[in-house]
Design a protein around this ligand. Structure first.
Ligand SMILES: C[S@@+](CC[C@H](N)C(=O)[O-])C[C@H]1O[C@@H](n2cnc3c(N)ncnc32)[C@H](O)[C@@H]1O
Length: 221
């Protein structure tokens, strides 16, 4: 991996702020210089989607959460180099942050692309996709707003569909898979580019929050 360019302390504190302590809620108005809808990407890896999305949609604010610090700083240095102030990065655990630090009904979209598959059955419990995670997703999202997920692991996808069937706060809108290379103007992740280049299928879904379950009455353990 290319060595991330070192950020100045000022850049680092702007683009990779310390996550709030457990229970402390992110104040979006303090967090981004300009007001606007907030979209969250969890597990952004090297940050291709996050950086390209922030560049393409200057009226939207993006928060990326990545628990590998070296990737968080790599993406932050890309954002800093491009002067993209509508994106910030937390080097933190996305599920915990979502459950504990994101204000209810404050996010316009949540993106989860190519979550770690944890191939071995005995490791499946480490997968980020759990009923509690989906509940935290639905709590953070504004009513009717989308949760986007993609993976190249069919079993992971089918399992996510099953979890969604049993999730009272999200409803599946669309599920599909494709092998075709996305058009050149599409914003894609590194893993997605790799999957398409190797001719593998990519499985995608969009789910939205149900009105009757939105807001702070959802309790996330
Ligand atoms: C397979 S990679 C996919 C990266 C990127 N989304 C893509 O599609 O190119 C999964 C990424 O999720 C990160 N990750 C896994 N669990 C996480 C968690 N609980 N919170 C934040 N990041 C996480 C990993 O460090 C890794 O960078």
């Amino acid at each position: 991996m290319r060595k991330p360019q070192r950020l100045t302390p000022e850049q680092a504190s702007s683009w990779v702020p310390d996550p709030p302590p457990p229970g402390g809620l992110v104040d979006w108005a303090q967090f981004f210089p300009k007001p606007g809808p907030v979209e969250l990407e969890i597990g952004f890896g090297k940050g291709a989607f996050l950086v390209a999305s922030a560049e393409k949609h200057s009226d939207v604010n993006f928060l990326g959460v990545e628990h590998e610090r070296k990737y968080a700083f790599l993406a932050a240095s890309r954002l800093a180099r491009r002067g993209l102030t509508n994106a910030r990065v937390f080097a933190a655990d996305g599920s915990r942050l979502l459950a504990l630090n994101i204000p209810a009904q404050s996010v316009s979209a949540i993106h989860l692309y190519f979550p770690d598959p944890w191939w071995k059955t005995r490791h499946h419990k480490r997968r980020i996709m759990t009923p509690a995670f989906l509940l935290a997703v639905s709590k953070a999202l504004k009513t009717g707003h989308p949760f986007h997920m993609a993976t190249d692991v069919e079993d992971y996808f089918l399992n996510t569909l099953k979890l969604l069937e049993n999730c009272s706060s999200l409803s599946l809108q669309q599920a599909w898979h494709c092998r075709d290379m996305p058009p050149p103007e599409a914003v894609v992740t590194n893993f997605e580019r790799k999957a398409h280049a190797q001719g593998r299928s990519v499985f995608r879904l969009i789910a939205t929050t149900k009105a009757e379950h939105s807001g702070s009455n959802i309790k996330v353990e």
